[in-house]
Design a binder for this molecule. Structure first.
Ligand SMILES: C[S@@+](CC[C@H](N)C(=O)[O-])C[C@H]1O[C@@H](n2cnc3c(N)ncnc32)[C@H](O)[C@@H]1O
Length: 284
């Protein structure tokens, strides 16, 4: 039997020898997940002897970590805006930039108005769910082309959105380009769609390419896709409705042109924390 101190010493060395970044921290995250302890509690309980089952499970995760698997997929959760979201290989791991987008929306909307919100490309549901929690939403529609992603979104929404919020929720498994528009239905539409170009995709880290869903990241013909996409958004938004987009700094200029041509106005750009043009807000 080995205790926490011995196990961490061993796993740190294994990860280090396999060129995994931050081997100590990664070991601690995996072990605290298994033992259901906070990281600091690993130190205060360092003499605790792991059971055979705990040790076996821990070294299975360490083995997977060596393959480059992101820690969020190993522990099947990622914190986003202070809530834990279930994630697996079917959804993109929520990114810190997206928290900035959500923060911008929360600070921009009128909290006295009840909103009908559409989250396009909802993935884990991190955007729509967080807005459901912190804005005044009466109707919330999650849309994703991937059925498995939408299932995870529902799992997260069921766990995180209290029933007494009274939000009517719809899960829509659809390609946004095929959305049937009868009349404008929403007053906020938000999206973090795929925005990595083919050229950029080749430069992404091995970990991202190997483990995260390609269809969540890669966009093949950006101008064609976004022209169709923004036209649909325009028709789905009521007058004075708001469109929020997370995007790629190298695509943003063209996207603004497309939005203006369609008729969006009051278009604003916001930089991310690394000072890159990353987000758009536009009105109909
Ligand atoms: C970049 S991920 C964003 C996931 C999540 N909203 C987030 O911010 O972490 C893009 C999502 O869009 C979905 N998607 C890609 N193309 C789509 C399309 N044409 N129609 C609807 N959803 C699409 C993918 O399945 C993926 O879940």
């Amino acid at each position: 039997m080995k205790n926490i101190k011995q196990i961490l010493f061993e796993s740190e060395k294994i990860l280090k020898d396999n060129h995994i970044e931050k081997p100590r921290l990664e070991s601690q995250i995996l072990l605290s997940h298994i033992l259901k302890l906070e990281k600091y509690q690993l130190i205060t309980n360092e003499e605790y002897n792991l059971s055979f089952k705990e040790e076996k499970y821990f070294f299975k995760l360490i083995k997977n970590k060596i393959t480059g698997m992101p820690t969020a997929y190993l522990i099947q959760k990622k914190e986003f805006y202070s809530n834990d979201f279930f994630v697996n290989k079917n959804v993109l791991i929520p990114r810190p930039e997206t928290e900035e987008l959500v923060e911008w929306i929360i600070n921009s909307v009128n909290h006295k108005i009840k909103y009908k919100l559409l989250d396009i490309g909802s993935g884990s549901g991190c955007i729509g769910i967080t807005l459901g929690l912190y804005c005044n939403i009466e109707y919330l529609e999650f849309l994703d082309i991937c059925k498995k992603a939408l299932k995870i979104c529902k799992l997260n929404a069921d766990k995180l959105i209290p029933l007494d919020k009274g939000i009517k929720i719809k899960y829509n498994n659809k390609n946004i380009l095929k959305y049937k528009i009868n009349n404008p239905k929403f007053n906020i539409i938000v999206s973090n769609p795929p925005y990595v170009t083919e050229e950029e995709y080749t430069t992404l880290t091995r970990t991202v390419k190997k483990f995260e869903p390609k269809k969540a990241l890669l966009i093949k013909k950006p101008d064609d896709f976004y022209t169709k996409f923004f036209n649909i958004v325009y028709l789905l938004l009521e007058s004075k409705g708001l469109f929020f987009l997370e995007t790629n700094p190298i695509l943003i200029k063209n996207q603004i042109k497309i939005l203006k041509k369609i008729g969006f106005y009051d278009i604003k750009i916001k930089k991310d924390f690394s000072n890159k043009d990353r987000f758009i807000m536009a009105m109909v």
